[in-house]
Write a protein that binds this ligand. Structure first.
Ligand SMILES: *Cc1c(COP(=O)(O)O)cnc(C)c1O
Length: 423
């Protein structure tokens, strides 16, 4: 039954990444938000889907705007796509004490959330003799990162001062001044966009409009791009607001075929889950009534039955809390996970042989599927008291990501370190 057996060096638990579904999802989101454009958020290893698979696939489909959270993520993405890719990469979470010259050299754009971060960007521009592009990140109500009104005043004062310095230097040298920073974008982030119609989103939009009007008037001309990239919407805002605000949306979860809404499924949004987590049955045995399962013996079978052992545990990112709650699928049929999920393995009660359900060693197990093939990320989220985002993002590095889909046969990019393969 173990068709298409993995090479012995590959992991038993694998995450198949359907690049054809990824591209369909990206096109669906892009069509929904037009004339705004799609910026693909590929932080946290593309929400656990492997940036090495996801970013080149989106790039090959024509996408050029990418965002990640951290500087190391941005630098790695820049190297992955190559120096002449023409891609724009934005990141927004960094320590303003850090050296940002790697960003400046790679043309990576930085979201600025404090006056200190602006100073770090200026220092990087001055050290390299280049211009560091920045997006002013405004806190319009989320209270997380982003410039407060007071911090924005400080940033504007500093930009005016820089513009004056640059102007003076240019006149002295009779040249066009190149300033160490340039504002190429304005951004903010919503708190409650996953609840369509929530008044907090309306308040944030008003706040943004006011600040954006001010910035249009007050950003020093010498330090701003002609075409500001204006980004507000995450996936839930991109899929629910009409019209979609901004020149671009910063969409992550929807690209992976996962619904950001509690009450709307991926299918209802026209999205297809990209990740399928599979494993195999490693052992099947008869056990008598009363037999316990796993550490703590928190489950005891009521009748003579069979236990099936499946590779996969919290070391693979499958939360332990799903023990005695969750299910997995074998040949389209659901079986309960009994007892505690261990670091590497879990136990299923597959019932006595006579009740049907032929389960054998080597059978494929769908741990996370689309709800039909196997439990969805939403089902896992409900068993684990979390959200679907966390379920896929936490699938660990031990799990091989394997590209499948229309272009899965293409050779991996140079320097691609994705394990597994595309067979
Ligand atoms: C993660 C993130 C996004 C993407 O959000 P999704 O809901 O996954 O689309 C956009 N903007 C910021 C600032 C983020 O941190």
């Amino acid at each position: 039954m173990a068709a298409a057996a993995q090479a012995a060096t590959g992991s038993v638990v694998t995450a198949r990444i359907d690049t054809a579904a990824l591209i369909r999802n990206a096109r669906t989101v892009a069509a929904r938000v037009a004339p705004a454009q799609l910026m693909a958020v590929v932080k946290a290893d593309a929400y656990g889907h492997s940036i090495d698979i996801v970013a080149p696939a989106l790039y090959a489909a024509g996408l050029r705007d990418f965002a990640v959270a951290t500087v190391p993520e941005a630098v790695a993405l820049s190297q992955l796509l190559g120096p002449d890719s023409g891609a724009r990469i934005l990141c927004w979470l960094f320590d303003s004490a850090a050296d940002l010259t790697a960003c400046t050299r790679a043309g990576i754009e930085l979201g600025i959330s404090t006056p200190e971060a602006l100073e770090a960007a200026i220092a990087a521009g001055e050290q390299t003799g280049l211009t560091q592009d920045v997006h002013l990140k405004l806190d319009t109500g989320l209270g997380r990162n982003g410039l407060s009104l007071q911090q924005l005043e400080t940033v504007l004062d500093r930009l005016r001062e820089l513009a004056t310095q640059a102007g003076t230097a240019a006149r002295a040298q009779g040249t066009t001044a190149s300033a160490p920073v340039r504002v190429t974008g304005i951004m903010t982030h919503f708190a409650n966009a996953d609840i369509p119609g929530d008044p907090a989103t309306v308040d944030q939009l008003h706040c943004f409009d006011t600040l954006y009007g001010r910035l249009q008037a007050e950003l020093p001309y010498a330090l701003r791009a002609d075409d500001l990239m204006v980004t507000l919407a995450n996936s839930p805002a991109a899929l629910s607001l009409d019209p979609v605000p901004g020149s671009h949306v910063r969409a992550g979860i929807s690209l992976y075929g996962i619904s950001p809404f509690e009450d709307r499924t991926a299918a209802q949004l026209g999205l297809t889950p990209v990740m399928t987590v599979t494993s195999r049955v490693l052992n099947v045995k008869d056990v008598p009534a009363g037999h316990g399962a796993s550490y703590g013996l928190t489950y005891r079978c009521e009748r003579d039955t069979r236990f099936a052992l499946v590779a996969g545990g919290y070391g693979d990112g499958l939360p332990r809390i799903a023990g005695n709650r969750g299910e997995v699928a074998i040949q389209g049929r659901r079986y309960p996970i009994v007892g505690r999920i261990a670091m590497d393995q879990m136990i299923l009660d597959i019932g006595p042989a006579e009740t049907g359900g032929e389960v054998a060693i080597g059978d494929e197990v769908i741990i996370i599927g689309d709800g039909t093939t196997g439990p969805s990320a939403e089902e896992w989220a409900s068993w684990c008291e979390t959200i679907n985002y966390e379920i896929v993002t936490c699938i660990s590095a031990r799990v091989d990501r394997i590209a499948v889909g229309a272009d899965a046969g293409s050779a991996p990019a140079p320097g691609d370190h994705t394990r597994g393969g595309a067979q």
